[in-house]
Design a binder for this molecule. Structure first.
Ligand SMILES: [Fe+2]
Ligand SMILES: [Fe+2]
Length: 160
């Protein structure tokens, strides 16, 4: 077995968080689709796919290292956002939370001198830079444009 019990358990939990993110991003896609903001809806659909992909990467790692896979139950995503700003802020807070979790996984890998896990987790550490900065940029655009000018978001995405 090339994975410690402690890291195995943390990764199992992370698989749940990734699938929860996928579910949350589908809800955000629906929020923007309901407002006919197709570009935003499409972007969040793609994000949902990516989060599912992240979950699967962790699944594969547990399998390859001979760990025990336990996919947790996935909580329902939040709905009923009052504004686009609130919806995007929620996504940004989520990505910050994920960043903390990925860092905690890396902290454990370092503590355990698990070089294989460090190599594997490095990808997720870098990925979070993209996720946080992209979502933060969206939030800045929506704040500048205001809720009455959400088409600016679509224009922003078109040139992203
Ligand atoms: Fe993710
Ligand atoms: Fe993400």
């Amino acid at each position: 077995m090339m994975i410690s019990k402690e890291l195995n358990e943390m990764i199992n939990a992370q698989i749940g968080h990734e699938f929860e993110a996928a579910s949350q991003y589908l809800q955000l896609a629906a929020f923007f689709d309901a407002r006919a903001l197709k570009g935003m809806a499409k972007m969040f659909m793609k994000q949902a796919e990516e989060e599912r992909g992240h979950g699967l990467k962790f699944v594969k790692y547990v399998m390859e290292t001979g760990g025990e896979l336990k996919v947790p139950a996935v909580p329902a995503g939040k709905t009923g956002f009052a504004s686009a700003e609130e919806a995007i802020q929620y996504a940004l807070d989520w990505e910050w939370e994920v960043t903390r979790r990925v860092n905690a996984l890396m902290d454990l890998a370092i503590k355990q001198n698990d070089h294989l896990a460090r190599e594997f987790l490095g990808w997720f550490v870098s990925e979070q830079l993209e996720e946080v900065s992209h979502t933060d940029a969206l939030l800045r655009v929506v704040k500048q444009a205001g809720e009455k000018n959400l088409l600016m978001l679509e224009a922003y995405l078109a040139h992203d």
